[in-house]
Write a protein that binds this ligand. Sequence first.
Ligand SMILES: NC(=O)c1ccc[n+]([C@@H]2O[C@H](COP(=O)([O-])OP(=O)(O)OC[C@H]3O[C@@H](n4cnc5c(N)ncnc54)[C@H](OP(=O)(O)O)[C@@H]3O)[C@@H](O)[C@H]2O)c1
Length: 258
Amino acid sequence: MKQNLKDKIVFITGASDGIGRATALAFAGEGARLIISSRREDKINKVADEIRNRFKTDVFSFPMDVRNRKEVFEKTASLPDSWKEIDFLINNAGLSRGFDKIYNDNPDGWDEMIDTNIKGLLNVTKAVLPGMVERKRGHIINIGSIAGHEAYPNGAVYCSTKHAVDAITKAMRMDLLGSNVKVSTIDPGMVETNFSNVRFYGDTERAKNVYKGVNPLKAEDIAETIVFCASRPAHVNIAEVVILAGAQASATLVHRNP
Ligand SMILES: NC(=O)c1ccc[n+]([C@@H]2O[C@H](COP(=O)([O-])OP(=O)(O)OC[C@H]3O[C@@H](n4cnc5c(N)ncnc54)[C@H](OP(=O)(O)O)[C@@H]3O)[C@@H](O)[C@H]2O)c1
């Protein structure tokens, strides 16, 4: 039977925008209690207000940079007692910086991607997972990417970070065998969010062109899938979901209407 998500505590990183925000709204629609964070305080608080107004559910929001291990540990340790027993962790915070041949690429972007997508995910996991193991209950859902299944030109480092997410997810599932803590990964293809804008350092024209002539996935499509995975019965774990846009056959093979 479908698991009821009402009053479950769901912690979503990078919830100020895109997939994270849509996922927070989708869980709120199920009556879950939300812990949401991202670096931009004004944006994350706005999402929290939206959830309170639309769904009348409990939300706890705060600014947090997943790259800052000390901050992650301190902020998760100081959650009020009524928020401590996290049922679901959605490791969503992530980004791509730059789109260039490796020999032309900006190494500062490499640091940002590796620190956020790999080390950030590990930081938050380390802060939350021991409690789940102790309580013998929990589910971690990592947001990977089609880029974790195949490499593509101009994306060496982003693809490597998402391959790392894939490896971390698989190894975590092995480490947690018998603990009653589930681990899943949701791996989207082309989703129209602020992602390309961030990748191209705010070049909105270039970002818009990524989706030109295509009907891409929406953040809500991914959110719906995450909630589906979270609400499976206790004996079911959806290990991995790859979701592509209908007009997409691989990371780079996309059919565009003229
Ligand atoms: N869009 C796609 O096509 C696509 C495809 C496959 C996978 N993904 C993955 O989906 C996830 C979400 O991306 P999106 O498409 O929703 O992009 P987005 O609209 O740019 O949202 C990214 C979110 O991550 C947060 N974030 C970035 N760096 C952070 C940090 N250091 N600490 C805390 N939060 C941070 C951002 O908030 P702040 O700026 O406020 O910190 C924002 O809320 C990422 O892991 C991405 O790799 C996206």
